[in-house]
Design a protein around this ligand. Structure first.
Ligand SMILES: C[S@@+](CC[C@H](N)C(=O)[O-])C[C@H]1O[C@@H](n2cnc3c(N)ncnc32)[C@H](O)[C@@H]1O
Length: 319
């Protein structure tokens, strides 16, 4: 878990932005316009982009978590507008706020260090708290409901699918046998006891299960698919979209969406001739995902699994 550097006020920072220089490199060539930080968090990336992009650039910060926006000292800045909402509704949020086509959209997925550090949010297997994991008020169910109410088969399926956890069946059995499970640390212990000893040596044994529950509670993959589609749709021609993902399920969605956009024709492969008339809508800027340097990982271990992909929107032409 990240323990960010101290701020000028001597407090621990809200969140240290990951791959910040690399993100700035993607956005620096853009003309003056609007940049959307769709996962505003502590505003770390926005702050860095304000320093590095052309004067006159305006920033829209979106976060699902009202607590993130309430903590930000950028909220009252004349160049920054913050909007509370889910980036799955990106198009509507920007439309309602009267925002013109942005020149840049950034997604820095997952949870912030601040959210992880707040035991009461229930995201951390290291900190005792309720099993909540809701990123914002729009999430309908808490992780406790999944853990204590879902039947064994559904539970195992979620842990397998969203945690890519090979011991999903054993973990689901153990959870059901130990109900009710009240706290994050109790849950972490139940999971740790369910996996074979050898698996306990490879990182924390509850990491994958907690990831799975968080993804399910917040419908993170659905939000990513929808948010990415809308970002590409609303971007101005020549505008850029950058996404930092933290696990393979997210990265695969981003990689495929960018590849689809760069590939032109979207007809089903079994059609003998193209009927869609679509030209490529994107140019991929990162053939391979950009990874953090060893120095960044040393400074900020949370950056370890980060992968940055970026693409540029092309003028649409009928083929
Ligand atoms: C990794 S943090 C971003 C940190 C930020 N880049 C910074 O430098 O401070 C991810 C943030 O995105 C928010 N978030 C995650 N999924 C979201 C969604 N679907 N819609 C809006 N915000 C989301 C989380 O609440 C969290 O504050």
């Amino acid at each position: 878990m990240t323990q960010g550097p101290s701020t000028d006020r001597g407090e621990r920072s809200y969140h240290e932005p990951v791959l910040a220089s690399e993100v700035a490199e993607v956005f620096k060539p853009l003309p003056v316009g609007v940049v959307v930080d769709a996962t505003f968090g502590g505003g770390g990336h926005t702050r860095r982009l304000m320093d590095e992009m052309r004067e006159g650039t305006r920033f829209i910060g979106i976060d699902r978590d009202p607590d993130a926006l309430a903590h930000s000292d950028l909220a009252g800045h004349p160049d920054v507008t913050v909007l509370q909402g889910n980036f799955a509704d990106l198009g509507r949020l920007l439309d309602e706020a009267g925002v013109p086509a942005p020149v840049g959209v950034l997604f820095d997925l997952g949870v912030s260090s601040h959210q992880l550090d707040e035991a009461g949010r229930g995201f951390s297997y290291h900190r005792e708290g309720p099993i909540d994991m809701r990123m914002g008020p729009d999430a309908e169910l808490s992780a406790a409901e999944i853990v204590n109410r879902w039947d064994r088969g559904e539970l195992a399926a979620v842990i397998r699918r969203y945690g890519e956890e090979r011991y999903a069946n054993r973990i689901a059995d153990a959870i059901v046998a130990n109900r009710p499970i009240e706290t994050t640390t109790q849950l972490a212990e139940v999971v740790a006891q369910a996996v074979p000893a050898a698996a306990r040596r490879k990182g924390h044994p509850a990491r994958r299960t907690f990831q799975a529950l968080r993804i399910a509670v917040n419908q993170e993959l659905e939000a990513l698919r929808s948010g990415l589609d809308q970002a590409i749709e609303v971007l101005a021609p020549g505008g850029r979209c950058a996404v930092i993902s933290y696990h393979s399920l997210e990265d695969r969605i981003v990689k495929r969406r960018f590849a689809l956009g760069a590939g032109g024709c979207v007809c089903p492969p079994d059609l003998p001739v193209c009927v869609c008339g679509e030209a490529a809508e994107l140019r991929i800027l990162t053939r391979r995902p950009i990874e953090p340097s060893p120095e960044e990982i040393e400074r900020n271990p949370r950056a370890r699994s980060a992968r940055l992909r970026a693409a540029e929107k092309l003028e649409r032409r009928a083929s």
